[in-house]
Design a protein around this ligand. Structure first.
Ligand code: SF4
Length: 463
């Protein structure tokens, strides 16, 4: 989970546009944020821990970033701890060029690549896999686009990347297209963003997605493109449709919100409940709850009020923060008392949030709480940039549905089927990754233990 943004323009305030692009991508990462600009080939990076408006807290900070190219990043850690040295964009000075780079995804072979770079005397200043990519591009003795293509041939796993080097904006995507990456245009200027909602905010029209295995680069002559590595089996992350992407974004040409409504409709068909009212876990369960209510004929209402100024609990990386987060975040309404409630959420990953919410609803006087989940049970880790790499943390990995119902304390529990979820996206099953639901991975996966996100941290510095 991370958001990336890039723009090249001779006439616009590129740092300001990157700021607003990142603002639209805040949901993809709330630990740190940063912008790198290139002015006449000279790169400056500002990055820090915190939300985008916290990192860029004044006009002066943006005004100090003039240039023709800007790239930006919002981070949620999946390799390397949540500390400053792993904030992005990273900047790496190599033997051939200096590269600033932002990455969404996760490499599955970063350990091998780190060892190889270390053996060649390349020093890395961070523990994330992102600097590995920057270092490969920075040392390759070839024109920039060819250097990127050479680096891509070495990478395995998920990567949607923006980078700047030699005054050129570059974007590239892994051959399976696991994480999203879109191209837009404002007038004759080109924009790259993780999601189309960022293009909308800066006034860019959507042109197309970066193709799996493609590298695009934008210089003073405009946009150029090459198929750097052969396109593999398409494996776009289906969890983006379920939860991660903003509902107003378009993935694979389809609006995410409507896919989520369809998931709720299908769920109502597959797992109806005798109840008085349907309510969402806001905001992640809202579209599916709308769909469930529509199809079931039950009234839709709000029962939990969310404090929208608290970050998403899923995005906070440490268990203790997550536990505290729930109390800060939701408050039940009086009308819950005496009701048989269908409560809809998009997914259950670790189960802590749902267990506390069910308890909260019963404490508020609910008679019955029927939990309906608009995706299948998450049973297997993600190695592609979503922080669920440890099977032991996945509540459903070793529990039956009834054991899960008992675990969360609900009156009844049902999940959407894999087929139902697939149907709702309107995408062919052969074009997506659904490995965390099915255990069928589109790439080689790391050996046990090699996926620990803090594996490159020195003992004592694991954050
Ligand atoms: S394993 Fe799950 S979360 Fe990870 S890329 Fe595949 S579908 Fe997405």
């Amino acid at each position: 989970m991370c958001g990336v943004f890039g723009i090249r323009s001779e006439g616009r305030d590129v740092a300001r546009l990157a700021y607003f692009g990142l603002f639209a991508l805040q949901h993809r990462g709330q630990e740190s944020a940063g912008i790198a600009v290139s002015e006449g080939g000279r790169i400056t990076v500002v990055r820090d821990m915190g939300l985008v408006p916290q990192v860029f807290s004044s006009e002066e900070k943006l005004q100090a970033l003039p240039g023709e190219v800007a790239i930006g990043h919002t981070r949620y850690s999946t390799t390397g701890g949540a500390h400053w040295s792993n904030a992005q964009p990273v900047m790496h000075r190599g033997a051939v060029r200096t590269v600033a780079l932002g990455h969404n995804g996760n490499l599955v072979n970063s350990e091998e690549l780190r060892e190889e770079l270390a053996a060649d005397g390349v020093r890395l200043g961070s523990t994330s896999d992102t600097e590995v990519i920057a270092a490969l591009v920075a040392r390759e003795p070839a024109p920039l686009a060819e250097a990127v293509a050479a680096a891509m041939r070495r990478l395995e796993g998920a990567y949607s990347v923006v980078c700047v080097a030699e005054g050129t904006l570059v974007a590239f995507r892994d051959p399976h297209g696991i994480r999203p990456l879109s191209i837009g245009a404002i007038g004759s200027d080109w924009v790259i963003a993780s999601e189309t909602c960022a293009l909308d905010l800066v006034g860019a029209r959507f042109e197309r997605d970066v193709r799996p295995g493609e590298v695009v680069w934008v210089d003073a002559d405009g946009l150029h493109t090459a198929q750097a590595v052969p396109e593999g089996r398409s494996a776009a992350c289906i969890f983006e449709h379920v939860y991660f992407a903003r509902p107003d974004s378009r993935l694979g040409g389809r609006e995410v919100h409507m896919a989520r409504v369809r998931m709720g409709e299908r769920l109502a068909e597959e797992a109806p409940a005798a109840a008085d009212v349907v309510m969402p876990i806001p905001d992640s369960g809202t579209p599916a709850a709308i769909g469930f209510a529509k199809r079931s004929g039950l009234p839709y209402d709000e029962g939990l009020i969310k404090n929208r100024y608290v970050g998403r609990t899923f995005i906070q990386p440490d268990q203790e923060l997550r536990r505290q987060g729930i109390r800060l975040k939701f408050n039940p309404l009086d009308e819950i008392a005496g009701q048989r409630i269908v409560v809809v959420d998009d997914s259950i990953v670790r189960g802590n949030t749902m267990r506390q919410l069910v308890q909260m609803l019963f404490d508020a006087g609910a008679e019955e709480v029927h939990v309906r989940v608009s995706s299948p049970p998450v049973v297997s880790p993600c190695f592609y940039g979503i922080d669920m790499a440890d099977e032991d943390e996945l509540a459903a990995a070793h529990r039956s549905v009834d054991e899960m119902r008992e675990h969360i304390g609900a009156t009844s529990l049902a999940y959407l089927s894999v087929e139902g979820m697939q149907w709702a996206t309107h995408l062919p099953s052969a074009s997506v990754c659904r490995a965390c639901f099915t255990r069928s991975y589109p790439t080689r996966v790391p050996a046990e233990g090699a996926a620990d996100k803090l594996r490159f941290e020195a003992v004592g510095s694991r954050a």
